[in-house]
Structures are given as C-alpha cells and as structure tokens.
Design a protein around this ligand. Structure first.
Ligand SMILES: Nc1ncnc2c1ncn2[C@@H]1O[C@H](COP(=O)(O)OP(=O)(O)O)[C@@H](O)[C@H]1O
Ligand SMILES: [Mg+2]
Length: 621
C-alpha cells in the first residue's frame, strides 16, 4: 500500500519521458538481426527443401506444363483467325472445330494442372513450415540462459509467428506466382519472337526498363520492409513485456507510460506500412507507363503492317493478347517481390537465430560421474581457479578456489548483488566460468551430458515456476517415471501434502485452471517437492524459501534436515534462521568469499557474519 502510494506521487504517468520519445527497446534493435554467417540463409533454405527434393521437382514440372497449356491460347486464336476462319468460309469446318476442341482441352489441362500444382505446392509448404517452426522451438530451447537474457521472449515469439508467417505468405502465394510470372515471361517472349521477330523484339525490349524499375523498387522496398518487420517486432516485444509484467505495471501505475510507449511503436509500425504502400504505388505507375507505351507502339506499328500486308491480322491479335498476358502480372509482381523481400528478411532473422550456438554446449564425449558410495551421499564440489564475468557486464566473481566436501550443507550469505546467485548458477551450469573449472566428484561440469548433470545438481530458485498441467505432473518433472506414491511421499516430506489435498482436485488439480491457482509460497513448496523427487547429489536452494511465511519456512527447514541429509547442499538465504541447519557458512561481499567457517565459529568471531547475526538476533527480540 505504501509502495503504491509513494509510486503515484513520485511517478507522474506519461511524464517520465517527453512524448514521442521512443521506448527503450529501440536501443536493442540491432539484436533483432543477429549476426548471420555468410550463406546461412541459403543453407537454411537448402536444408529445409533437401528432404523433399523429389516433390519440389514434381511441383516444378507441374508448373512448367501448366504454363505451356495456358500460353497455347493466343496461338490457337491466331491460327483460328488466319487459317481456320478462311477455311470455314470455304466450307471446311474441320480446322475451326479442331481449334475449338484444342482451346477447350488446353483450358481444361491448365485448370487441372493448376489445381494439382496448388495442392502439391501446399503440401511441400506445410512440411517446410512445420519443420521450420519445430527447429526454431528446439533451437531456442537448447540455447543457454545467457542467450535468453539478451534476446527477449517477444523477439522469439516474433521469429516463430510473424517471420514464419511471412515465409508462409511467400511460399503459398508469392513463390508460385513469382515463378509463374518468370516462366510466362520466358514462354511469351519466345512465342512472340517466333510469331513475328519485329513485334517480339519490341515486347522483349520493353522488359529492359521494367527490369530496371523492378530493381529500383526492390532496393527501396527492402529498406522499407526491414524497417517494417523491425517495427512489428518492437510492437510484439512491448506487448509481451507489458503483459508479462502486468503486476508491477499495476502496482506502479505504469499504464499511461506504457500506453504512450506503445502508441509510439504502433504508429511507427503503421508508418512503415504506409511507406511500403507508397513505394508500391510508385512502382505500379512506372510499370504501367512502360507497359502501355509498349502496347501502343506494337498496336500502331502492327496495324500499319497489317494494312500494307506484311503482317497477318491473326498474328497481331495473338501478339496483343500475349502482351496483355505479359504485362498483366507486373503489378502483382511488385506484390510478390514484396512478399519475397519480407520473407527473405524473415528467413535471414530466423537463420541468424538458428546459427546461434549454445554458450553452454553439450560435451562431444561426455563423461560419467563415478558411482555413488552409499545410499544417499552427496558429491564433492570443487571450484578450481574459477573467475566469472557476465557477457554484458564486468567481472562478478574474481578468481577463487572453493571445495565443498560431499554431504556438507553450506549456507551462503551476503548482501544483494554480492554474487551468491552467480555462484549457484555456475554450479548448476547455467553458465560456464570465464576461467577455471567447476568439478563434481572430480569431473568438469562441461564434460557431463545434460541428463547426467541434472541428476547430479538441481537448483531451486525464488521464482518457482509451474508448467501447465496438474500439481502431480509438476512435481513429477523432477523424475518423470515416479509413481503417485513417490510423488505424494515427496510432497509430504516437504509439507506440501496438506495444501495440495485441499485443492479442488487434489494432486490432479490443473495449476492453470480456475481454483487451481496457488500462491507463491505454495509454488515454492511444489518446487521443493520436485527437487526432492529428483533426488540430486547436490541441491542448491537460492532464496527458495523467500515466499514462505515464518511458520511455513520453519516447516520447510524441519523437512530440509531430512531432505538435505547426506547430500551436498548450497543454501542461499536472506533469513539467518536458515543458517542454523548449515555445517558451514560462507559470507560473500563483492564477489569474494570474505568469511568461511562453522556458524558457531563465525558468531563467536568479530567479522561481518557476527554483526549480521547480532542484528538478526536483536530484530527477533
Ligand atoms: N544476467 C546477468 N547479466 C549481467 N549481470 C548480472 C546478471 N545477473 C547478475 N548480474 C550482476 O552480477 C552481480 C551479482 O549478482 P547476483 O549473483 O545475482 O547477486 P546475489 O544473488 O548475491 O544478490 C550483480 O552486480 C548483478 O548486477
Ligand atoms: Mg540472488
């Protein structure tokens, strides 16, 4: 309540930033296009199409045949005017019937081929997109925590929605049209040249300026489309960020500021859309000018030649029909090129994402942990000459050595920002040390395969995350093959059983459904049960009891005595009461371990811990 009141007086909504000033995400725009190795985009496209080479070939053949059938029409018209009609006048209706039947057959064949092609192409496209979206998900999931801290989830969503969609647009409409247009250009040019070299030459010559126009348009459109897809990504990022943080947004009355920010981004996106339309309009005007000039030249010159008898009327008619077909798709060509541009931009971004390698890679030749000595022993942890800096910041942990004997419960205390969580994350291998090694029973964490590592080390953090599914399923994530008895056993051991059985469907309550909503403290209990069920040799608790009330924390602490027995445990806690169950306490300041000893020793001492402990004692009194 006080926080909210204070926030409303100090933060005047909408006035934090001058209106029209872009939102902060803009600074990170360059990350939208990750550095893409040369050729990565083409390689991605090849690898997507490789499994369906045969189908792509068949689809292309269908398109070639369909174009041939379609472009036969005007030729038949020319034949009808110049040969069949004169023959008909001479009471020979054979040629005219042949032309009619031929025209009909070509039209039917063209339709049949077109629909077969559409279905075949759609199947290929579906498979390509299915594969691509799967790859994006798998790859993003496999990338290290470090990557996700820098590349927001909004961007990832944008990759697998907007970018995949723009590829879909290209594949479903653009590409076949584009290839169709190019093919028909080739067919028609050849036919026109064959019908009449002079008229054909005029038509082919007109393709020159059109080509230049297209190139110019493409260059300009590329810029506009880049800007547009960046702008839409920014809209999505802002949207996702706001909705993910809806609680702090409410608590700090950020709505007005967010509205203003969103408005700026939204307007910018719309403006880029307007720019794209403008470029398109310029292109259409230019291309019509060229096309109509060419038609006018051909009609005038052709008519002149028909009059002096050097050109047959049928050929001129066919030429005019072909010209219409030649120029007809040019307006649309601009559109296909648009979808080609935006798909190319999207594919480049996707390729950039897929080219990212995990900064915490799986070992090429994994090593096994030595077998455990007895039923529940922990493993020895050694930080050997470890130094660590986040990619985005300075050194957080200066070089240090630390050995945690198997089975020891170690409490880590120290002020916020001291580096406690960083130490824990190195041990859980969320990151690799910048220097040195972290060893588990003598094996470098980098040499352990994922599953082996997770059996070795499990971390429970403050933000106990629940996946969609039931409570039981959420606990079973610790050990997917666990029986219901084992799940309940774990919940009982941690003191979660009572609240779970009080839920509408007990262990089968869906945590995302109505009535299944559970509090932050209860979520932590579920996370504890999950970790307990996983039965790791090393358990890390990073402020894992911070959402529990004092009695709840006490209960967990009692339970923890059983849970931690024999395991190596690293317990990071604000409340010093947790320290009482520890065999050893480490005090951290500015990334350094400044005190190290048993709780009793440190209390008796005159150091930081003794001060902290005294202050804590006083606060209890
Ligand atoms: N993902 C990150 N990227 C960059 N710097 C970080 C990151 N996480 C933490 N830090 C920095 O590392 C230091 C130690 O943080 P942390 O280990 O979380 O401290 P503690 O858990 O003791 O509060 C802090 O200065 C913090 O700003
Ligand atoms: Mg922390």
């Amino acid at each position: 309540m006080t926080v909210t009141a204070a926030a409303t007086t100090t933060t005047k909504p909408g006035q934090e930033r001058p209106a029209g000033e872009p939102a902060r995400q803009d600074d990170d725009f360059d990350r939208d296009v990750l550095p893409t190795p040369p050729g990565a985009t083409a390689a991605l496209l090849r690898s997507l199409l490789a499994p369906m080479k045969a189908r792509v070939a068949v689809t292309t053949l269908l398109l070639l045949l369909q174009q041939a059938a379609t472009q036969a029409g005007p030729l038949l018209v020319a034949y009808a005017i110049d040969s069949a009609v004169p023959a008909f006048r001479d009471h020979d209706n054979g040629p005219l019937v042949a032309v009619g039947v031929g025209y009909l057959l070509c039209a039917l064949a063209s339709g049949a081929l077109q629909s077969t092609f559409v279905i075949a192409a759609a199947r290929v496209n579906q498979d390509v997109l299915l594969d691509l979206r799967g790859r994006i998900f798998r790859h993003a999931q496999a990338l290290s925590v470090d990557f996700h801290e820098r590349y927001t989830s909004g961007r990832l969503i944008s990759r697998s929605t907007t970018d995949v969609e723009s590829l879909r647009e290209l594949l479903n409409e653009g590409l076949q049209e584009l290839v169709g247009v190019v093919l028909s250009f080739a067919y028609i040019s050849a036919l026109l040249l064959w019908l009449d070299l002079g008229l054909g030459a005029v038509a082919v010559a007109s393709l020159g300026p059109l080509y230049l126009l297209i190139r110019l348009y493409q260059r300009r459109a590329k810029r506009v489309y880049r800007a547009r897809s960046t702008a839409i990504a920014a809209v999505i990022v802002k949207f996702v960020e706001t909705m993910n943080g809806i609680r702090p947004v409410r608590a700090f009355r950020r709505e007005a500021v967010n509205d203003a920010d969103f408005q700026v981004l939204n307007t910018r996106h719309e403006r880029t859309n307007g720019d794209a339309l403008l470029e398109m309009a310029r292109y259409v005007i230019g291309s019509r000018l060229v096309a109509n000039t060419a038609v006018a030249v051909i009609v005038l010159w052709g008519a002149h030649r028909v009059a002096d008898g050097s050109l047959e009327l049928g050929v001129l008619a066919a030429a005019v029909l072909y010209l219409r077909r030649l120029y007809d798709p040019i307006d649309r060509l601009g559109m296909f090129l648009n979808s080609y541009q935006s798909a190319a931009a999207s594919l480049e971004k996707i390729a950039g994402l897929l080219a990212q390698t995990p900064s915490v890679p799986e070992p090429a030749t994994p090593r096994q942990l030595p077998p455990l000595a007895s039923e529940h022993p922990g493993r020895e942890v050694v930080f050997d000459g470890v130094r660590f800096a986040y990619r985005t910041g300075g050194e957080v942990l200066p070089r240090f050595d630390l050995t945690l004997p198997a089975g020891q419960t170690v409490a880590v205390v120290g002020s916020t920002g001291a580096g406690k969580s960083t130490l824990a994350k190195l041990l859980a291998r969320f990151y690799d040390p910048s220097d040195g090694r972290v060893l588990l029973d003598g094996v470098d964490l980098r040499d352990l395969a994922g599953p082996e590592l997770r059996r070795g080390v499990v971390m429970v953090t403050q933000e106990a995350f629940l996946f969609s599914g039931t409570v039981a399923e959420n606990i079973a994530i610790g050990r997917p093959d666990a029986t219901r008895e084992e799940i309940e056993e774990a919940a009982k051991a941690i003191g979660a059983h009572d609240f779970v059985t009080a839920l509408p469907d007990g262990y089968d309550t869906d945590v995302r459904k109505r009535g299944g909503r559970i509090s932050a403290g209860q979520r932590q209990l579920v996370a504890f049960a999950r970790a307990l069920l996983a039965d790791p040799a090393v358990l890390i608790l990073d402020e894992a009891t911070s959402s529990l009330d004092i009695p709840g924390e006490r209960a967990v602490q009692r339970a923890m005595a059983t849970v931690l027995k024999g395991r190596t445990a690293v317990v990071i806690a604000h409340r010093l009461s947790t320290v009482e169950i520890a065999d050893r306490v480490l005090v951290m300041e500015h990334g350094r371990i400044v005190e190290d000893g048993s709780p009793d020793q440190l209390v008796a001492d005159t150091g930081r811990f003794a001060d902290l402990h005294r202050a804590w004692r006083d606060s209890l009194a």
